[in-house]
Design a protein around this ligand. Structure first.
Ligand SMILES: Cc1cc2nc3c(=O)[nH]c(=O)nc-3n(C[C@H](O)[C@H](O)[C@H](O)COP(=O)(O)OP(=O)(O)OC[C@H]3O[C@@H](n4cnc5c(N)ncnc54)[C@H](O)[C@@H]3O)c2cc1C
Length: 381
């Protein structure tokens, strides 16, 4: 009998397994594919981390903890390169926009260092950007990027060296209640456990049908280019960015070790995904066109040949906030889901929160925003 089983070992599940194992739990992690696969939400090398948070100042205490956990994981793991690269971050948009105002609000409420710039200032200080003078930007020096696949491997390695067991290639079909605890069913074996944490990313609706309506998977595409002006996109000269524009809301990264300039667009072509395993993962001409438009307008020095493209999946909640809670009606099942395209940076702290919930402890942070309550969804689709 395990103390806990974690279902799904992507970004959140690998971190949850790590924290459970390190707190002395007898824990098993089950993953349907291989560890570090490219079918879910956490692949594509890099993810942005930032303190200036337009999604809400409530996230800042979690963000501060997230930075600490990433640094802690880095020093605990045996790594060839850091997991967290600090480049500074730009939140760009028209005057009064959600991105700029939200980012500034988080900084002001939490005493975070920042600089407010005009479009011309940004284009001068960061020659990789070409912005209209009317745009505004918040520059925050702690912004940067995480090596997302390497971090999953580091969490799994840390978890197994603390005693966790891991089974990859093992799809969980569901669970049933036993006299004591739960029985987790896979096609070949069953496992008994006192508690379960479900971190199934875009597949959450299959295991927790009650959440299907609130966790909508959506197809995304990331594109890498070989910049004709490569020096402008080195991490020393080019920060991570979020750019709200009349063409949509883009995000991007400097060239990490010759991988190229990387860009994506929030909600891309607004394609809902019914079957995450069967989603079209090829980059189609219309995918590339959406991202090339952003590059041509705002980052012309990066408008070189495509070096790589990858499809990935957001799992959106109606309010854009995460779900971190006990599954309603199941006192021993906990869920971390619905990360709505901005969850990766929180993996370490979410892992700690889920380990605390699962062990009956109150997390050290206020997670009311992420609780499942009928009030939360009232009036929302
Ligand atoms: C293109 C793109 C760009 C993004 N950019 C950023 C960013 O810059 N910064 C940021 O903070 N966030 C970003 N995000 C969001 C972030 O990556 C996600 O919020 C995060 O990766 C979600 O992690 P997860 O563990 O929930 O999902 P996943 O990493 O997909 O993990 C879920 C795991 O569960 C497994 N699983 C599912 N069902 C079963 C089952 N029945 N049995 C066994 N295993 C199962 C899956 O195989 C998978 O490994 C981005 C997302 C995308 C798609």
């Amino acid at each position: 009998m395990y103390d806990a089983i974690v279902i799904g070992l992507g970004g959140m599940g690998s971190a949850t397994l790590y924290h459970l194992a390190r707190s002395g739990c007898r824990v098993l992690g089950l993953e349907q594919f291989e560890i570090g696969h490219a079918m879910g939400s956490s692949h594509g090398s890099t993810r942005i981390i930032r303190l200036a948070y337009s999604e809400g100042p409530e996230y800042v205490p979690l963000l501060r903890a997230a930075y600490r956990y990433w640094r802690e994981l880095e020093s605990a793991a045996d790594l060839d390169e850091p997991l967290l690269h600090v480049t500074g971050g730009l939140d760009i948009g028209p005057e009064g926009s959600w991105t700029v105002e939200g980012s500034k609000k988080s900084c002001l409420e939490h005493g975070i260092e920042f600089e407010e710039l005009g479009g011309a200032d940004v284009s001068r200080e960061f020659p990789g950007c070409r912005l209209p003078a009317s745009m505004r930007a918040i520059y925050q020096p702690d912004g940067g990027y995480l090596m997302s696949e390497a971090a999953i491997q580091a969490h799994i390695a840390g978890a197994t060296s603390a005693g966790a067991q891991v089974r990859s290639g093992t799809e969980v079909a569901g669970w049933s209640r036993q006299e004591s605890g739960l029985r987790i069913e896979t096609p070949t074996e069953a496992f008994e456990t006192k508690r379960v944490v479900v971190t199934a990313g875009p597949w959450i609706g299959r295991l927790c049908p009650a959440l299907r309506h609130y966790c909508q998977p959506e197809r995304q595409v990331m594109l890498w280019t070989d910049p004709p002006a490569p020096d402008r996109f080195k991490p020393e000269r080019f920060p991570v960015f979020i750019l709200e524009s009349p063409l949509g809301r883009f995000y991007g990264f400097p060239d990490h070790r010759g991988q190229g300039f990387k860009i994506g667009k929030f909600h891309h072509l607004r394609q809902r995904v019914e079957d995450p395993s069967g989603m079209d993962r090829a980059c189609q001409p219309e995918d590339e066109a959406v991202l090339r438009e952003g590059i041509a307008h705002y980052f012309p020095g990066a408008d070189g040949p495509t070096s790589r493209a990858a499809a990935c999946i957001f799992t959106n909640t109606p309010d854009g906030h995460f779900i971190l809670d006990r599954l309603p009606g199941c006192e021993d099942v906990f869920v971390a889901a619905g990360f709505s395209g901005h969850g990766y940076k929180f993996c370490g702290v979410v892992g700690k929160i889920m380990a605390d919930l699962c062990q009956g402890r109150s997390p050290a942070w206020d997670i009311d925003l992420f609780r499942l309550s009928p009030r939360r969804w009232a009036g929302r689709a």
